[in-house]
Design a protein around this ligand. Structure first.
Ligand SMILES: Cc1ncc(C[n+]2csc(CCO)c2C)c(N)n1
Length: 218
């Protein structure tokens, strides 16, 4: 079993709670209240800004140009994701200025600053262990919604589902997982345990992020 698979397995039951959260079920069936999705969308815009800063640490901390290029590719994927957000906002009449002016929720602050802290204080393995629940989790969510076939016709969230189920997105995440595996090969048992703590914590923060969306909290 790969290190990534082990991290997922040992982060249970949180991983499954993250992937199958009520918010995700609501997206899949199209029944999620629009207010919850819009609240999430604005917070996620703030989230993605901080996440790009964390990904940039992947460039800063790279040991070679190949790792640098991979981090750069991950940033390009993220820039596409921001466009999906802005298109949704446009569609639902949320002005870009409103998105920019959104106050950051505690769930967003806690999660993003935790990831940044892992990256600033740790090495590449710690950084990617903190970044991966986000990328790999959404890839898994995109896959299961697509494969389950439960998405209703005229699902208002179809563009969101399609973005994460898309082949190029799935391939990008797979590359991030390979990069992570390659920076983990020299680690000792204590360092691996630390990666598990980071991975599980970030997974729990994903659950808190969905819940913030459902509860409309700041
Ligand atoms: C709270 C939250 N968690 C995960 C993602 C998904 N995501 C964020 S950046 C990125 C691309 C990785 O290069 C992906 C898949 C999100 N949007 N919001």
């Amino acid at each position: 079993m790969s290190i990534f698979q082990q991290l997922v397995q040992h982060s249970q039951p949180h991983w499954t709670q993250y992937i199958q959260h009520d918010f995700v079920q609501g997206i899949a069936t199209g029944t999620l209240p629009k207010a919850a999705f819009q609240h999430y969308l604005k917070q996620d815009y703030r989230y993605l800004f901080q996440y790009s800063r964390a990904l940039s640490l992947g460039i800063f901390k790279a040991d070679n140009f190949a790792q640098m290029a991979q981090a750069n590719e991950a940033i390009s994927i993220l820039l596409k994701e921001i466009n999906v957000h802005l298109q949704f906002c446009q569609q639902w009449g949320i002005a870009e200025s409103e998105v920019f002016a959104t106050e950051e929720s505690f769930a967003c602050i806690a999660y993003t600053r935790y990831v940044l802290d892992c990256g600033i204080n740790g090495g590449l393995a710690e950084l990617y262990a903190a970044l991966l629940p986000c990328a790999a989790g959404y890839a898994e969510i995109g896959r299961w919604i697509k494969n389950s076939g439960i998405s209703a016709e005229n699902n208002p969230y179809q563009a969101w589902i399609d973005a994460y189920a898309a082949d190029d997105f799935q391939a990008g995440v797979q590359k991030m997982i390979y990069l992570f595996e390659s920076v983990c090969c020299q680690l000792n048992e204590k360092q691996l345990q630390n990666l598990q703590t980071i991975f599980t914590t970030a997974t729990k923060m994903e659950i808190a992020f969905w819940q913030m969306g459902l509860d409309l909290t700041l």
